[in-house]
Design a binder for this molecule. Sequence first.
Ligand code: SF4
Length: 117
Amino acid sequence: MNNEWNQDKGAWLPKLTRRRFFKTVGAASALGAAGLNSLQAWADELPRVSEDSEMALALNYKHDAQTVDAAKRASDRYCYNCSLFAGAEDDAWAGCSIFPGKVVAGRGWCSAWSPKQ
Ligand code: SF4
């Protein structure tokens, strides 16, 4: 074990090597979207959710929220202002716990939308 002294904690802790870092990231990915939500940097490497997937169709997901029937969606609701969107407001794509392992469009929308608190 390769340890190093942590001044803040006053203890010897395992050194975070590059290899261990990527093993940890791999484990987080295996946990699904919950793990990925905190790893926004990896969003660019994830595939975009398909609008034709079973889950997307069930939730009326669209990459462009403005193409959704106005009767189904309030005009101010987008993925970027949904509590399940893992990105920032100006991120074009980011993870969403509804679609593990995929990214959704910031300007997208689905019927599972919920307001950020
Ligand atoms: Fe977008 Fe929210 Fe639906 Fe995820 S749950 S696809 S972030 S509206």
